[in-house]
Design a protein around this ligand. Structure first.
Ligand SMILES: C[S@@+](CC[C@H](N)C(=O)[O-])C[C@H]1O[C@@H](n2cnc3c(N)ncnc32)[C@H](O)[C@@H]1O
Length: 238
């Protein structure tokens, strides 16, 4: 199947708005042609599956379809935030990455796709106070273990909002740590949805952690701590 045919299939599968196919195609061209693109998946046919379909599969979740204020933490080359911003033109999407060179690429991606509902923030997720409690959905793919993501996301979510995290097959320990972190942060692990973004994709799931209580103001801990000293189930007081 050609790249255009594969994109047209995704447009139909996810009922994407007018103009989405051209915008996604422009994004694929940028990934393929910009030598600074921060991804190893630059071949457009592979990128349709591994970037575009993998991002859009989150539209299977009602919380994502209904989102109005979204942030993609550790957006890198723009996945999943750019494809989802194209799919959800009435949502505002903030792409957050800690590195300026990623921010520069993300700004180019916003330009070439023509998306109007996106802004780019260069900051660490845990050092972005302006984002606190603003979001109904936080997205994260390939950024950190689930418990660490919970600490990044919880303060940024409004009550009732959800962290949606792309995961392969986490070890039971990662899941146990995430459940413990969630308890401390005011989150609840609500769903682990197996997904098949493209034919043949294996062992992929979306975790949904909903914010059910205010996050204590001591979170996030200071920059780098969530990663360096993650909240662990093994440290649960007896
Ligand atoms: C492996 S890349 C994944 C990029 C993209 N989400 C994807 O799936 O293709 C991880 C990205 O997260 C960023 N990152 C790591 N820790 C971060 C943090 N605490 N806050 C913001 N960005 C972070 C890195 O700079 C990098 O661009």
């Amino acid at each position: 199947m050609s790249v255009r045919d594969a994109l047209a299939t995704l447009v139909a599968r996810f009922d994407l708005p007018a103009g989405a196919e051209d915008a996604l195609d422009a994004y694929l061209v940028l990934l393929a042609e910009d030598p600074t693109a921060p991804t190893t998946v630059t071949d457009p046919r592979r990128a349709v599956d591994e970037h575009i379909a993998d991002a859009l599969v989150a539209l299977d979740l009602d919380v994502v379809r209904a989102a109005t204020r979204v942030a993609d933490l550790g957006a890198g080359a723009g996945v999943p935030g750019i494809p989802l911003a194209i799919a959800l033109p009435t949502a505002h999407v903030t792409l957050v990455d800690s590195l300026e060179r990623k921010g520069a690429f993300l700004r180019r991606a916003v330009d070439v796709t023509g998306v109007q509902n996106v802004d780019v923030v260069v900051a660490r997720a845990e050092a972005w106070p302006a984002g606190r409690e603003l979001h109904d959905v936080i997205l994260a793919r390939a950024v950190a273990p689930l418990g660490v993501l919970a600490e990044y996301a919880a303060p940024l979510l409004a009550l009732g909002g959800s962290l949606v995290a792309w995961k392969g097959q986490p070890e039971p320990e990662e899941e146990a740590d995430a459940r413990y972190a969630a308890e401390l942060l005011g989150l609840e692990v609500e769903d682990r949805r197996p997904v098949t973004p493209w034919a043949g994709a294996e062992r992929r799931s979306l975790y949904v952690l909903r914010k059910v209580a205010p996050t204590p103001s001591r979170y996030p801990r200071r920059e780098g701590m969530a990663r360096k000293r993650p909240l662990r189930a093994a440290d649960r007081p007896a």
